[in-house]
Design a protein around this ligand. Structure first.
Ligand code: NAD
Ligand code: AKB
Length: 320
């Protein structure tokens, strides 16, 4: 992994992944691309090469590959679960159409491809606690359907054409550098901003809804480690389960009160996102990833909370 092209680079993951890749490989080695121009001050634009690119347009992708000559694509462009339920056709076109174009470009150019899957690739028939690496995958959201089909496409391109496809089933990701893109786990980011700004939060999921979560540093490190791992050790070319900790809104509110004693939470449940969350795993089993390349998370719910609050709280002014 020496020269990289990132799609969807201005999003929640891309904003941090691009910076880490540039630190590791040098700014010029990493071409960040996105459908939208993120603004001149955005770190992904300001810190190295950037190009606007619609991943569903194969010719645009081909031109970017010819110009930059990457050996690896991190394909992050997608529409997330809540956005996907509002416009299922758009989610289908971007998530599967975009992946097809990326895989075709990778086949032609012999590029390695990282594609994130998600806990959304599971559904109500899947064992929820723990959810095994290989199990029933019958999701009920369009986002989930595109994630399962995307995993199968990655498998297919690996076995049929020898493309070096690798993927992770990310849980909900928590970070402070960029806002989340419209998913069911967004509450776990919003709650920190609301706690710091107002000392209170109204959550769109019920108090006891437990989902898998991870701090962004671990997610970015997992993606980079997977792409550096010995390919012969990777039995799964669709995607590996990875996890760090499990949270409920009520539980995270309790952890936040250890730092902000007056913090309060109430609930205004959104039935669409609640139904999605109720169909997802409560905890996934990541032993296959631990075995394959030694995956292990570093952040717990408590150390993530401390890190998020440290980043979001205004610095204390000690006077002149
Ligand atoms: P995001 O919504 O924050 O960012 C996605 C980016 O893709 C946006 O900047 C958007 O402008 C761009 N985009 C949309 N359509 C495009 C197109 N046609 N061409 C090019 N760019 C386009 O999403 P994210 O959270 O950064 O997620 C990245 C990937 O990780 C997605 O595949 C997502 O499903 C997956 N994932 C994310 C999470 C999470 O909690 N953030 C969890 C599991 C999986
Ligand atoms: C979403 O909630 O849609 C994403 C995900 C877990 O895939 N954060």
């Amino acid at each position: 992994m020496k020269r990289i092209l990132v799609t969807g680079a201005a999003g929640q993951i891309g904003t941090e992944l691009v910076l880490r890749l540039r630190e590791e490989l040098g700014a010029e080695a990493v071409l960040a691309t996105d459908l939208r121009f993120p603004g001149e001050d955005h770190p992904v634009f300001a810190g190295g090469p950037f190009r606007t690119l619609d991943c569903t347009r194969g010719e645009e992708l081909g031109l970017a590959v010819t110009a930059h000559r990457p050996d690896t694509v991190f394909h992050l462009a997608a529409l997330l679960s809540a956005v996907g339920e509002r416009d299922p056709l758009a989610a289908y076109r971007v998530n599967l159409g975009g992946l097809m174009e990326v895989l075709e470009v990778a086949r032609a150019g012999k590029l390695a491809v990282f594609t994130p899957s998600s806990i959304a690739a599971f559904g109500p028939d899947t064992p929820r606690d723990p959810t095994p690496q290989d199990t029933i995958q019958r999701p009920t959201s369009m986002y989930g359907v595109t994630k399962v089909a995307g995993e199968l496409l990655c498998d297919y391109y690996h076995h049929r054409f020898g493309v070096d496809t690798r993927g992770l089933r990310f849980p909900g990701l928590i970070s402070h550098s960029a806002p989340p893109g419209g998913g069911t786990t967004d509450w776990a980011v919003e709650i920190f901003h609301a706690a710091v700004a107002e000392g209170r939060y109204t959550c769109f999921l019920g108090a006891d809804t437990q989902l898998d979560m991870m701090y962004m540093d671990d997610a970015v490190r997992a993606a980079m480690e997977l792409m550096e791992a010995d390919g012969s050790a990777l039995r799964h070319r669709n995607a590996y389960n990875i996890t760090a900790f499990q949270l409920t809104p009520g539980g995270l509110a309790g952890i936040l009160r250890e730092h902000i004693p007056d913090f309060s939470i109430d609930y205004d449940v959104d039935p669409v996102r609640q139904a999605i969350a109720d169909s997802w795993p409560r905890r996934i089993d990541d032993s296959a990833a631990r075995e394959a390349w030694g995956w292990s998370p570093r952040f717990t719910a408590r150390s993530m909370t401390e890190t998020m609050l440290h980043a979001l709280r205004p610095p204390v002014n000690h006077g002149p």
